[in-house]
Design a protein around this ligand. Structure first.
Ligand SMILES: *Cc1c(COP(=O)(O)O)cnc(C)c1O
Length: 303
């Protein structure tokens, strides 16, 4: 076994050993005057570009890649022009000196250029895909054509949701089994939600807050993710589609006002795309339901 191989695994283990702080907060709603208390799981404090749920999802996948393929073939993944997943992938590729490929969705307006440069600087080979091609990223035939042009590679799916990452997140969260009546987590593709739901156990209700306009296929996606990960399918979770505020990346005055108040009162910076929406949702749940104890997941806060 080469030293390089061992060093890479050791570095991954070190990254995984970083403890995620849990901080306690209270918030008073400007509209209702209602106060509630919650704990925040501070994935955002893990680092700058390499942070939050992206560390939790990418490190188990890269460990699997390094073990299985011993890095003989490149490791590849997909992402759009604002992908936090690709950003974290780039940092890890550099840190671990990986032979890495990023399939980046090309934006007709050039929005991908910053991320492209970020990745190239870190030694990642960037292959731009047209928006039409990018839509086929889960189609095995399309992957074959990519293999024809790029050679063999170890593929990590967009968002990094695999049985490895779901099992890893489940293991992390099993330490919090029975601690909270409710967990609030933002949802993109649902990998983080899957792992948390599997980890915290059936005493806790896990509420996923979709950052994307109603896409009921997400629910099926989470179900099949849990099956693939071979974790006993928990029925302690739901996805709430009511808090997308117009769609992915969209916001409105009510979300903006809430964000300003929340940031001022808690000293936690929110990220409009994901965590602002899940924080807003949590406040609504406190208004409408009896919540004994809440853990709010801060998945990531890009610099
Ligand atoms: C990527 C990302 C998510 C989505 O995670 P999934 O596991 O795909 O649901 C949530 N929040 C933030 C801040 C992210 O960057």
């Amino acid at each position: 076994m080469s030293r390089c191989y061992e060093n890479r695994l050791r570095l991954i283990a070190l990254l995984q050993e970083k403890t995620v702080p849990i901080t306690r907060h209270s918030f008073i709603s400007l509209d209702t005057g209602l106060e509630f208390k919650f704990d925040a799981y501070r994935g955002d404090l893990l680092g700058k570009n390499l942070s939050g749920n992206k560390v939790m999802k990418l490190t188990p996948n890269l460990a699997a890649y390094i073990k299985e393929d011993q890095s003989d073939i490149p490791v590849a993944t997909f992402g759009g022009s604002h992908s936090n997943h690709l950003r974290a992938f780039g940092v890890l590729a550099r840190m671990l000196r990986l032979n890495a490929i990023a399939f980046l969705r090309e934006s007709p307006k050039g929005h991908h250029k910053m991320l492209e440069e970020f990745l190239i600087k870190r030694g990642v080979k960037v292959i731009l895909l047209s928006p039409e091609d990018y839509k086929q990223r889960e189609d095995p035939n399309f992957i074959s054509t990519l293999n024809n042009s790029q050679g063999r590679f170890h593929l990590i799916p967009e968002g990094g949701t695999t049985s490895e990452s779901v099992s890893y997140i489940a293991k992390q969260f099993s330490a919090l089994k029975g601690e909270y009546s409710h967990v609030f987590v933002p949802v993109g593709l649902g990998g983080t939600l899957s792992g948390i739901a599997a980890g915290v156990g059936n005493q806790t209700k896990v509420i996923g807050v979709s950052a994307v306009k109603s896409d009921p296929s997400l629910t099926e996606r989470v179900q099949s993710t849990l099956q693939i990960a071979n974790v006993r399918t928990p029925d302690n979770w739901t996805i709430d589609y009511k808090f997308h505020f117009g769609g992915f990346g969209k916001t409105n005055t009510s979300l903006d006002e809430f964000t300003t108040a929340f940031e001022a009162q808690t000293n936690i910076e929110l990220y409009r795309t994901y965590t602002a929406k899940s924080a807003y949702a949590m406040a609504e749940y406190f208004r409408l339901e009896k919540i004994d104890s809440a853990l709010w997941i801060n998945t990531y806060n890009p610099a």
